[in-house]
Design a protein around this ligand. Structure first.
Ligand code: CTP
Ligand code: MG
Length: 233
């Protein structure tokens, strides 16, 4: 069995709505409820821990969506919220799979979660696996003056998402570093890779995007409304 850590302690400054982004309404429910549903629907997740904004209290209906989840206070930066969530989880085996997920990726589906858990299952020989999709734009590396330095081969480039899955002892080691190191990390896989652990890329759909700006919220509303109506987009 696996545990899931859903980080929801961000402020959502780029989205620009009042209140925490994870509780903004998407297709009629708080954004985080959609991810929680996907983890609940996955047969291999035994526990869900949610990192919430420090000092923020959910309303009665918001709390109802978190029913059965362990709640903890997040940190100033994302990785600090991940560490707080892992510390709040119940004890488990050293090789137990731990999934880390952004509440802002409301469109995650259970089959992707299952694939990631399988990838890092005890005995698999793999201790880190992350959701990623191919990039469709050509990517340029820029120099300091704003000119093109190089053009990496597109077929080798992946856009990385969450969930990211790790053996519990590996994630614990990666997070047992100074706050400054954690704050500088853009994802958990980078911290794990710094330990010399190989990270497997698992194909994920572009639909598993992160709600960051208002246009993302519009698209998430549309897709989730269609999904609940039984359609697809
Ligand atoms: N997150 C967190 N704790 C933080 C910062 C971010 O738990 N201190 C979470 C967010 O809640 C989100 C995920 O990390 O689910 C990805 O972060 P991002 O999309 O950047 O969300 P915000 O930080 O909330 O948005 P912004 O950067 O626009 O303020
Ligand atoms: Mg942020």
């Amino acid at each position: 069995m696996a545990i899931a850590l859903i980080v929801a302690a961000g402020r959502g400054e780029r989205l620009g709505t009042s209140g925490p982004k994870a509780f903004v309404s998407v297709a009629g429910r708080p954004m985080i409820a959609w991810s929680i549903d996907a983890f609940r629907a996955s047969g291999s997740v035994r526990e869900i821990v949610v990192a919430l904004p420090p000092g923020w209290e959910p309303s009665e209906s918001e709390a109802a969506e978190l029913d059965g989840c362990i709640r903890c206070e997040g940190g100033e930066d994302r990785s600090l919220s991940v560490r707080a969530a892992l510390e709040a989880a119940s004890a488990g085996e050293a090789d137990e799979p731990v999934l880390v997920h952004d509440a802002a990726r409301a469109l995650v589906e259970s089959h992707l979660i299952e694939e990631l858990v399988l990838a890092v299952a005890p005995g698999s020989g793999c201790q880190a696996a992350i959701a990623a999709c191919p990039v469709t734009d050509t990517i340029k590396v820029a120099d300091e003056g704003g000119f093109v330095l190089s053009t990496p081969e597109r077929s080798t480039l992946k856009s990385v998402q969450t969930p990211q899955a790790f053996s519990r002892n590996v994630l614990e080691r990666a997070l047992a570093q100074d706050d400054g190191v954690l704050s500088a990390a853009t994802d958990d896989a980078a911290l794990v890779a710094q330990l010399g652990i190989k990270v497997l890329l698992v194909d994920a759909p572009t639909e598993n995007f992160k709600v960051t700006e208002p246009k993302d919220l519009e698209l998430a509303n549309l897709i989730l409304s269609r999904r609940t109506a039984g359609g697809s987009i």
